[in-house]
Structures are given as structure tokens and as C-alpha cells.
Design a binder for this molecule. Sequence first.
Ligand SMILES: NC(=O)c1ccc[n+]([C@@H]2O[C@H](COP(=O)([O-])OP(=O)(O)OC[C@H]3O[C@@H](n4cnc5c(N)ncnc54)[C@H](OP(=O)(O)O)[C@@H]3O)[C@@H](O)[C@H]2O)c1
Length: 341
Amino acid sequence: MATPRTMRAVQYDKYGGGADGLKHVEVPVPSPKEGEVLLKMEAASINPIDWKIQKGMLRLFRMPSKFPFTPVSDLAGEVVELGSGVSNFKPGEKVISICFPHGGGLAEYAVAPASLTVARPAEVSAVEGACLPTAAGTALQLLKAVGVSFDGGPPPSGSSGPKNLLVTAASGGVGHYAVQLAKLAGVQHVTATCGARNAGLVAGLGADEVLDYRTPEGAALRGPSGRRYGAVAHCATGVPWSVLRAALDDGGGTVADVTPGIGAAVTSFLQKVTLSKKRLVPLMLAPKTEEMEWLVDVARQGKLRTVVDSRYPLSRAQEAWAKSMDGHATGKIVVEIGGAV
Ligand SMILES: NC(=O)c1ccc[n+]([C@@H]2O[C@H](COP(=O)([O-])OP(=O)(O)OC[C@H]3O[C@@H](n4cnc5c(N)ncnc54)[C@H](OP(=O)(O)O)[C@@H]3O)[C@@H](O)[C@H]2O)c1
């Protein structure tokens, strides 16, 4: 079927406003430029960064680059058109892609960089595929940042990195992948924090010990076994460095933090110059095609499960947005495009 001239999209036209700031509009279908592909969208997954950009938290970095803005950067769809210079895809191919910070995912069609687009095999659904780029990509880079080794695929037993790992916010989009990937890499003992209601789920993902973050022990990151950690994949917010430092082994260790504030950056710098054994490492996802392909492949093999918190049609994108802003998703929030209106 020929690509139409216009499409349904969801946009906001200023900073702030939350879910109420999202408007349903009819706009021209974008054209793929050099190095881009045009996708007929199947699904898009929301990440906290999407509404943080709307809040103006990345205003200093000129994000979004202009208003009105169509948010959401994690995409699954079908290639319908190729921009100049793109030869590694063909129309009709199912793919997943990440187009951060340009967004465009809450729409019937979106352009994506061919360089960060990978094939989606039939075993990985569009919903699952749309969840992987940011959340699983970040989980993988977080684990690598604390020394977990994925070289040559998961080792049969043990890994060269930390033996005792803590994953905070293990029920969230990033954390639920981090627990699974850590076990896949052979990390001996994974402790995970989450709310009590998700303890069973997180244990089912492979966590060896689960702490309820709302209890005093959980808030102190202290499990019943009394273990301290060689590394922390830190996906939660609001945990002071003093608590994280006390949770690390006396011999030292690394906390990789995916939501570092200015304080974390200063702490990290000071630790570096003082050659501290206990280190806080800020992490920003730098998407890599080969990592996306690897993640899709482990998902295809059934070794990486996506927990979907909730799915919404494009017509109810505001509800998906509000759910993400609420901060209590279990797994991922997905907008299915072309689904029920
Ligand atoms: N630096 C990067 O490149 C990058 C990339 C991706 C994400 N991030 C950031 O990483 C953070 C996590 O992202 P996400 O997608 O995983 O978020 P998310 O899915 O919205 O996380 C929600 C989950 O976190 C749990 N949670 C909240 N506070 C907690 C705490 N103190 N201890 C334990 N669990 C807690 C919640 O449990 P309850 O419902 O029980 O409260 C809920 O299940 C966000 O701040 C995001 O912006 C950064």
C-alpha cells in the first residue's frame, strides 16, 4: 500500500504539561533523509527520558530541538522507504530502532537512523522489540561498566567481573533486564531491590536475593545474608552515596549510576583524582548497533524476557505517558500503533 501523505501523531508544543500536554494531531508523513529509513510504526516504548525531556530537564542540551515535538525514541516497525545511501534494508523488513534524541515514535510513521536500526526476527514481537533499545541497551552497558563480561557470549560458569552484584529498581524497565543479563553473564550472586509486590517477579527473573526498598534493611541495601557488593547497577534514584558506599565491599567496587545528578558527577570526579577504591560512575547510554543485534538475538533465543507493564493504543498515549511519569511501572510501557483506536 502506498504511503499516505499525512498521519496521526501525538505531540507537545512546549515544556511541561505532563500527559495533558500531549495533543493528537494530523501531520505530514516525514521523508527519510540520507542515512535514514521510514518506518510504518508497530510499537513504541516509553522511557523516563521521554517525559524528562518534556519537563525541560535537558533544555541546556537543546532537547527537544524544536516544538511541536513528537516524542519517544524506541521504535518497532516495518521499513517502507529508504533514504539515500541506505542499502542494508529493504521495504517490508521488520526492524527495531532507536532515534534518540529526535523522537518521532508516537506516530503512524517515523524516520530512524539506518545505523541504529536492526532486523527484528519473527520470534521477537514488535512490542518486545520496541522495549529493547534504551532499557536493555542501558542494562547491558551498565553491567559492562561495572566489569561484567559478555565477551564471546555468556561463560558457562562465573564471570571475570563482580561475584556479588546489586541491581537497584530491578522491577523497572532497565533493572528487569539488568538482573537477567547479569545472570546470563554468569554473575554468581545477584541481589535486587524492588517493592514487595514485585519480589516474586524479580526472583523469577533470576535474582538470588530480593530486598524490599521500603523496609529499613532494603533502604540500607542490606540483605538477610549480610553480603556486601563488588558492584552496583544503580537504576533507582534518591539513594545517597553514603548508603551505596557502605554497601560496597571493603576492598572496593563500582556503582554505575544511570540517573546521575550534578552531585554524582562531582563525587565521581573527586574519587577519580583521589584514586578511591569505591567508585561512582555516571552512565549515559551510547547506543551501539552490535549490542542491539546481540540483545535481539538473546531475546530471540528466549534468554531475555521482556516484562510488559501495560500496552496502550496511540489514541490513549496520554495514559501511557502518565503511567511512566508515575514511576511505578513493572517492566515496560508500550504504545501499540495501528492497534485499537
Ligand atoms: N543514563 C541513561 O542513559 C539512562 C537510560 C535509561 C534509563 N535511565 C534512567 O534510569 C532510571 C530507571 O529507568 P527505568 O526505565 O527502569 O524506570 P521505570 O521503569 O520507570 O522504573 C520504575 C520501577 O522502579 C521501581 N523503583 C522506584 N524507586 C525505587 C527504589 N528506590 N528502589 C527500588 N525500586 C524502585 C518501581 O517500583 P515500585 O513501583 O514498587 O515503586 C518501579 O517498578 C530512570 O531515572 C531513567 O531516566 C537512564
